[in-house]
Ligand binder design. Structure first.
Ligand code: CTP
Ligand code: MG
Length: 502
């Protein structure tokens, strides 16, 4: 029984149909919350229920069956809050009798969120390939700027990158000449001289212009080179054929590197953060709230900030504010870039873990509720202080840049895109609410699948055109999920659909 439970709970595809594990109630020791146990450690070897692979006695099929059944009858399935130590919890439970075999398990939706993260996060190879690509571009740029560095930033390095995301890189000229500006060679003193340019912005544009030309004509595998020099942050965009990455090259972008470091820290201090951000990013993509084409849409960077802000607002908070991380900083963490204070603690081990033990399932639902009811017209999202501030300007969505505090990172977002986000957030909260109440039949999609399938989005936009009342739209929506579920479940559509969206 327990083995079957674990199989279902740990390897469940996103849109697998819900089959509730039925167990004698006295063997299901449960407590609200999640467990972060790797139950695979508990797996036994094939053909030998008790003794493991070292026992060479070959058993009859019927003997194995008997042993397994007996073993299962002596095993308990335990649901335990993730903040409680397994050892202590077991000790507590053993007051009711000795426990020799047990499995810990997680909430099924929690499992789905973690599966989504595992499936779509950047792999070790992909990350290495990103650094290699930067190194190859550095070789090209070194023709003009010896000793320059090309560094990756953004989702390639901040822990929130999804397979297929772009490769943001910046040409770091700060180190040039620092070590050897006054190189001595024998009796001579060598000095690099630089030409003065009217402004920093013009210098950036000129540098990117020559590098862009160089990549276009001589960069191995660099195709479709576009110089986008009049943007607020000038850049060269190109495809790197060998690696398959879409690359954005900027220069002078140290603040963005610092904000990548900050996001990396936020993603690393609590295991729930990355799972929740990935899910929200996938959800937004599935519903066309985000796009690879620049426009009036919400970006993944803004969504990540929204999740961080939401987690700072929990009680007790799951993530600390940026101001608090600044108070933990010591002298070597001090960092001022272009007059902006970018100081925060860099040693993650000195950040105390949160006391909050909420499940991912609850957090997902609460995220949708929180932003479904947020006063976007009045308030700004601010991860530095971890609380709403009055909006300093009239953009529909205001998310303060954590370091360049006068900037709004979501200035591009239109009122209609924001409204679409709010509507979908409300409907998703509602769908998750129903999940709790209903016990769907075996041929019905459930959990994340209902939130991610494009059929949900399509049915929403279709019904919206006809301007039906919300209740009717939701009814239709659920109907459409029900009717498509039989067909979809044959192909585990949940996973396949998300991968085509990547
Ligand atoms: N950035 C910023 N302000 C913005 C947009 C971007 O500071 N208005 C910085 C952030 O550090 C961001 C990085 O530039 O992480 C790269 O931007 P972008 O590629 O849009 O976001 P990513 O976080 O890389 O997400 P994605 O996976 O969508 O590329
Ligand atoms: Mg990016």
């Amino acid at each position: 029984m327990a083995t079957r439970g674990v199989g279902l709970l740990t390897r469940l595809p996103l849109c697998a149909q819900r089959s509730r594990v039925l167990h004698p109630i006295h063997r299901l020791l449960t407590c609200p919350g999640t467990v972060a146990t790797d139950v695979r450690r508990e797996e036994q070897s094939f053909g030998s229920a008790e003794t493991g692979s070292e026992d060479r006695t070959l058993k009859r099929f019927s003997e194995v069956q008997k042993e397994r059944r007996e073993q299962a009858q002596r095993t308990v399935l335990i649901h335990c809050p993730n903040k409680i130590s397994e050892k202590k919890f077991l000790k507590y439970l053993s007051q009711h009798g000795p426990i020799s075999n047990h499995f810990f398990y997680e909430s099924i939706i929690d499992d789905q969120l973690n599966i989504l993260l595992k499936e779509f996060q950047l792999t070790e190879e992909n990350t290495r390939l990103r650094y290699l690509t930067c190194s190859l571009i550095e070789d090209v740029a070194a023709a003009y700027f010896p000793d320059c560095a090309v560094r990756p930033f953004g989702s390639s390095v901040n822990g929130f990158g999804k397979l297929g995301c772009d490769l943001d890189m910046f040409l770091d000229l700060d180190e040039i000449g620092k070590s050897d500006a006054h190189k001595t060679s024998g009796n001579f003193l060598m000095e690099f001289q630089v030409k003065n340019v009217a402004s920093e912005r013009i210098a950036t544009q000129k540098i990117l212009s020559v590098i862009g030309e160089c990549l276009d004509h001589f960069g191995p595998g660099c195709v479709g080179v576009q110089k986008i020099l009049n943007a607020r942050c000038p850049l060269v965009r190109f495809s790197h054929q060998a690696s398959g990455f879409q690359c954005d090259l900027t220069t002078n972008n140290r603040i963005a590197l610092k904000s990548s470091e900050l996001l990396y820290i936020y993603g690393a201090v609590d295991p729930r953060v990355r799972a929740l951000v990935f899910t929200i990013r996938c959800w937004a993509r599935a519903h066309s709230l985000t796009s690879s084409i620049p426009g009036a849409w919400i970006t993944n960077f803004s969504l990540t900030m929204m999740v961080i802000f939401f987690l700072q607002r929990r009680s007790p908070p799951i993530l600390p504010t940026l101001d608090y991380l600044k108070t933990l900083a010591d002298a070597e963490d001090k960092c001022i870039i272009e007059g902006h204070n970018c100081t925060f603690i860099c040693d993650l081990n000195r950040i105390k873990p949160s006391e909050n033990a909420e499940t991912l399932e609850l957090l997902l639902k609460e995220f949708f509720e929180f932003f479904g009811n947020f006063s976007f017209n009045k308030n700004s999202i601010n991860i530095r202080q971890g609380k709403e501030q009055n909006k300093p300007e009239s953009s529909p969505l205001h998310i303060q840049n954590p370091f360049e505090t006068s900037l709004n990172i979501s200035k591009n977002v239109s009122q209609s895109q924001l409204q679409k986000f709010v509507d979908l957030a409300r409907e998703s909260a509602w769908i998750l609410e129903q999940e709790d109440k209903d016990h769907p039949s075996s041929n019905q999609l459930w959990g994340l699948a209902t939130l991610l399938l494009p059929s949900v989005a399509k049915s929403m936009s279709h019904t919206k055109k006809k301007k039906k009342p919300a209740s009717e739209r939701i009814k239709n929506l659920l109907e459409s999920i029900r009717s498509s579920s039989t067909e979809n479940s044959k192909n585990t559509v949940g996973k396949r659909t998300v991968s085509t969206q990547a």
